[in-house]
Design a protein around this ligand. Structure first.
Ligand SMILES: Cc1ncc(COP(=O)(O)O)c(C=O)c1O
Length: 383
């Protein structure tokens, strides 16, 4: 396991199993038809897993393209691997445009204004800028509205300093509305059918993210998938057909016990006095709070693992400490390891379970593990 920058003892940390990430990518690939290319979505610091380490491992494991949100992320990926296509999923600000040429990045195009701006960048650089045309089929966010997509495509095709590298759309409810997902696919394919002269086989044609994958049609022009959550070993929703793809969690989130003490029945615990002890209770004060990424919304709801046993959170999570009930776990002491998300002695708390306590989704939980939390990387390939 790699040491973090600091040599100080760990109080709260995330362990990232890069070998599991690699196995996940291979499993997902194996579950898809061989011609489907793998777009690794690594925005938001690779969903909190650490951009550099994650991307380096995914390059080694055979990702075909990296999708990011910001220019900073895009340039970081470019510096790691000159050969890989990098797609910016978010719009660029005008003063960011020239980086497309400087760093050989592909831009998402939704508007005629972007076509003109990126064409000007290609002209100034003396080589075409790569773009992916995004088509809004019902997400109502980025992309040209599907009915207007053929006109925007024609503008791109007529721009000498642009190179169309891909076309894509994004599903609004792939996890719980298959009828609307199908409608979005239909709109996308209908729009492409009206793009005169488009050569889909030469482009990345992509729509499916971790949820959409399960409704992906067999024979169709789709030839790439954009995978974020699933590569980190988390199913997008509990009834996912992808449960058959046995990916494993890549990240675990851990802290340690600061102090233990016994408090008498009737004592209230933490800010706001939202929990009153119903018996004499042994509490453990943990070395992590919302400053580390344990959201306040899990107050009085979450559980943690200590010695493989579930211990309930008592009262409100505070910035640097969280209080749990360890009455049922004899011998807990200062320094003991605590699992917030992950496995310990045969027990497990998944990101999904933790997210339900927080009334949020796994994507947000992963992105919320704060900068204060060092990431430790396991690198062995394993079996
Ligand atoms: C445009 C786009 N494509 C793909 C993804 C990846 O989605 P998932 O993490 O569900 O695989 C995202 C994630 O937010 C996204 O915004």
């Amino acid at each position: 396991m790699n040491a973090p920058n600091s040599r100080l003892p760990l109080r709260c940390w995330a362990e990232i199993d890069l070998a599991a990430l690699e196995r996940n990518l291979r499993l997902i690939r194996a579950s898809l038809p061989a011609h489907i290319r793998y777009v690794a979505v690594v925005k938001a610091d690779a969903y909190g897993h650490g951009l550099h380490q994650t991307v380096a491992r995914l390059m080694h494991s055979g990702a075909d393209l990296f999708a990011v949100a910001t220019l900073a992320e895009a340039t970081a990926v470019r510096e790691l691997g000159p050969g890989w296509p990098v797609l910016l999923l978010s719009p660029l600000l005008p003063e960011e445009d020239h980086y497309l040429a400087d760093y050989d990045l592909a831009a998402t195009v939704s508007t005629a204004d972007e076509v003109q701006r990126f064409d000007a960048v290609g002209r100034a650089a003396g080589r075409p800028v790569a773009v992916h045309l995004k088509i809004d089929t019902g997400m109502g966010r980025l992309g040209v509205w599907h009915e207007q997509a053929p006109a925007l495509y024609a503008q791109i095709a007529a721009s000498p300093h642009l190179r169309l590298a891909g076309v894509f759309t994004h599903f609004a409810s792939p996890d719980d509305d298959s009828a609307f997902t199908e409608e979005q696919r239909r709109r996308f394919l209908a729009a492409l059918a009206r793009c005169e002269g488009i050569k889909l086989s030469e482009l990345f044609v992509h729509a499916d993210n971790s949820s959409g994958l399960e409704t992906m049609p067999g024979a169709s022009p789709f030839n790439a998938v954009r995978v974020g959550l699933l590569q980190f070993g988390i199913l997008p929703h509990p009834n996912s057909l992808l449960a058959q793809v046995h990916t494993e969690p890549v990240l675990s989130f851990r802290t340690r016990v600061g102090i233990t003490k016994t408090l008498p029945r009737g004592t209230t615990v933490s800010y706001g006095r939202t929990h009153t002890l119903t018996r004499d209770t042994v509490i453990a004060v943990l070395c992590a709070g919302y400053g580390d990424g344990i959201p306040r919304s899990v107050s009085n709801r979450a559980q943690v693992l200590i010695a493989g046993q579930r211990c309930p959170v008592l009262g409100r999570v505070t910035m640097d400490q969280t209080i749990v009930d360890v009455t049922g776990v004899p011998g807990v002491k200062c320094g003991d390891e605590v699992v917030l998300v992950g496995r310990q002695d045969g027990a497990e708390i998944s990101v999904s379970e933790f997210s339900r306590w927080a009334d949020t989704i796994p994507w947000e939980t992963l992105c919320s593990v704060s900068k204060r939390v060092p990431r430790l990387y396991r690198t062995a390939l394993g079996v």
